[in-house]
Design a protein. Structure first.
Length: 218
């Protein structure tokens, strides 16, 4: 459970820096793929995505698997998974643990995260070197793979791999290679853009969790 919470706390997505300003040593094939992706995602006002996540420990050959749903609108996001939920309105973040009926409230600071859920589909737009790394097969889809290497070497990971469905022009997979030996792979199983969501949907409401224990960490 704690592994998944940490994972979600490290998930990212802002539409800020153009790819051309990241580095002059990017290869043309990856740049073309990412520019096309960026142009498409910037037309979406909101996103609903169902995903599966696998956390693999290479050293111990163990793995943890989960699934959930991500809702994203601008810098706001909400993540629902078995046993826990996360809300973020861009200012505060609420992490709810079902087994303890407890919610932790903190100030949201995207700069303190390696990767955050509001940026999972546009993580590549700033702070990375990128290169094309061939193709893989996912079910009936052929994915183009782009490797992202963070410019900031203080990040908790050293590489991210994106699997891009070229035909649909969408990110299908994202694998994060952490320095501690964990490989976390997100697979998008359903993607729906421009879903109507009120801003209140991204705020925790204690009325919906009777008896909830609130832990204010602000």
């Amino acid at each position: 459970m704690k592994k998944i919470i940490l994972l979600l706390s490290v998930l990212v997505l802002t539409l800020v820096t153009p790819l051309s300003s990241v580095s002059q040593s990017q290869d043309n094939q990856s740049k073309a793929l990412l520019n096309k992706l960026s142009k498409t995602y910037k037309t979406y006002k909101s996103v609903k995505a169902q995903f599966s996540v696998s956390i693999r420990n290479k050293q111990t050959s163990t793995s943890v698997k989960q699934s959930g749903t991500l809702y994203q609108k601008g810098k706001k996001f909400r993540v629902n998974m078995s046993g826990q939920e996360i809300w973020c309105d861009g200012k505060l973040i609420w992490t709810y643990l079902e087994d303890a009926n407890e919610v932790q409230i903190s100030k949201f600071n995207a700069s303190e995260m390696d990767i955050n859920p509001s940026e999972i589909f546009t993580i590549y737009e700033k702070g990375f070197m990128h290169k094309y790394a061939g193709q893989v097969t996912n079910g009936n889809a052929t994915l183009d793979v782009v490797e992202l290497i963070p410019i900031d070497k203080n990040k908790g990971y050293f590489k991210v791999k994106l699997g891009i469905d070229k035909l649909a022009n969408k990110v299908k997979e994202m694998s994060v290679y952490s320095k501690n030996g964990l490989v976390t792979t997100y697979t998008i199983t359903m993607f729906e853009p421009n879903v109507n969501m009120n801003d209140s949907y991204f705020k925790f409401n204690s009325k919906n969790k009777p008896g909830v224990i609130e832990i204010d960490l602000r």
